[in-house]
Design a protein around this ligand. Structure first.
Ligand code: FAD
Length: 423
């Protein structure tokens, strides 16, 4: 029986494993193996809500083993370290990260869905002093640091300065959520700071406006909204260095920073550049229109770690909707019984939605027939934004479990404080 190994159970990888398990795994046509370094799946676009304390990942995380049992695939927890293309094997870290032997898994087909990591662009001090939002562990680390900084500053009657570098979706969404968290923690008397005066959140963007994926009008709308939340929005400012207590721009202006979050861009994980496959300048694996590595027809890549250049729209952006569409494409391609030619992958950009916190969002949606972009905002955009996650749950669980999860989240929100109140 053919073995298909998928490395990375993120937005794209887990949807692919689930779909292939339901088709090839259930009918015993293929053995489907999913590998991830973590025991559970968390949808990355919601990481800013973990960092702000709005979401408890322990509650929202989906254990891979449970999904594997329900959908006829195998799950192996481990960090992929390297690959032997001649023998068609990958090597994983020792079990539980201990000092035992590395494990080797053989594949007939391999799908790399490794996601992305923060790109520091070589800015001095950024990697050493700034925090990132690459994983749940990173988001939890940020949350604890923010929480401690608020309590410490309250005790010493001094302000907290949080600087977010990068005005893309991650930076904007986190800034909005943090401002809400600061007010909520004050309302619950977790700290003694005035959230308006004493918790200063600054968002720094190098470009002329925030959110480069939106038109300038929508970006201005987002910036206005953030300013009403008390967030300082600075554009056309390039960060030149980061130190333990300041962020300095290219003009030499140093801004005090107790906490720095770097969200200025992403690149593929360093592993991608060590596999002997062709990669681009961001270490993304070069793939053809079947999402196959240009060097090895048994290896596929999808999502943030893949460099697919659409003949019409150019390189696909690092977005969950790309990972989802590529996962569905590969689920179809890999489940084909014969070698009939498969149509090329085509990326459909359905638009972009950015959460601005409580009942607010901004973005643009693409009309399905006309292809026109429609600007959206306010509560309508906020509902549309939340539906994106429901769509992901639908892919993973089907309609009834998705509705049950949604109801459970709604009930939890009715009985629990809006943010986590402890370290
Ligand atoms: C805060 C934030 C907000 C975002 N908001 C949006 C949004 O609103 N809309 C949107 O479309 N996109 C958004 N994105 C981007 C989106 O999350 C990514 O594009 C998407 O998750 C990519 O999916 P993926 O499957 O390629 O990788 P990921 O979802 O990142 O999954 C990669 C998986 O690979 C695993 N892995 C990595 N290396 C190894 C290894 N060596 N061994 C084993 N396992 C490994 C990781 O543990 C992870 O589970 C956001 C991202 C962030 C951080």
């Amino acid at each position: 029986m053919e073995t298909i190994v998928i490395v990375g159970g993120g937005a794209g990888g887990l949807e692919l494993a689930t779909r292939l398990g339901d088709t090839l795994g259930a009918s015993k046509r293929s053995r489907i193996v999913l590998v991830d370094r973590w025991p559970g799946h968390f949808w990355k676009p919601l990481l800013h809500t973990v960092a702000s304390g709005k979401c408890d990942p322990q509650v929202s995380e989906l254990p891979f083993s449970a999904q594997a049992l329900d959908h006829d695939f195998e799950f192996v927890q481990g960090d992929m370290l390297c690959m032997d293309r001649a023998h068609q094997t990958i090597t994983l870290s020792p079990r539980d990260g201990g000092d035992g032997a590395c494990r080797v898994i053989a594949y007939d087909k391999l799908v790399l869905a490794l996601g992305s990591v923060t790109n520091f662009f070589g800015v001095p001090g950024a990697q050493e002093h700034a925090l990132t939002l690459d994983s749940v562990a990173d988001a939890e680390h940020f949350r604890r640091r923010f929480f401690n900084a608020c309590i410490h500053a309250g005790e010493h009657k001094k302000p907290v300065n949080v600087v977010i570098v990068g005005g893309g979706a991650t930076g904007v969404e986190l800034a909005a959520e943090l401002s809400n968290t600061a007010r909520t923690l004050a309302a619950y008397r977790v700290h003694e700071l005035d959230p308006e005066q004493d918790i200063r959140i600054t968002l720094i963007e190098r470009g002329q406006h925030l959110l480069p994926q939106l038109d300038p009008l929508q970006a201005q709308r987002a910036a206005r909204h953030l300013r009403t939340l008390g967030i300082e929005v600075l554009t056309s400012i390039a960060v030149a260095s980061v130190s333990a207590d300041a962020v300095t721009d290219a003009e030499g202006v140093a801004r005090p920073a107790d906490l720095v979050l770097w969200a200025a861009g992403v690149e593929a994980p360093p592993l991608c550049a060590t596999l002997g496959l062709s990669v681009n300048h961001l270490k993304k694996i070069m793939v053809d229109a079947s999402l196959r590595s240009t060097n090895d027809s048994r290896i596929y890549a999808l999502g943030d770690c893949a460099n697919y250049v659409c003949p019409v729209k150019g390189p696909t952006p690092p977005r969950a909707q790309v990972a989802h569409q590529q996962a569905m494409f590969l689920a179809d391609l890999l489940a084909r019984k014969d070698d009939t030619p498969c149509p090329d992958f085509r990326y459909h950009d359905y638009g972009s939605l950015i959460s601005l916190g409580q009942q607010a969002a901004v973005g643009a949606l693409t009309g399905p027939v006309s292809g026109r972009r429609y600007r959206v905002g306010g509560p309508f955009a906020s509902v549309m934004y939340r539906l994106l996650y429901q769509k992901h749950l639908l892919q993973l669980h089907g309609a009834v479990p998705m509705l049950t999860h949604t109801l459970a989240d709604w009930l939890r929100a009715r009985v629990l404080p809006p943010v986590r109140l402890h370290r």
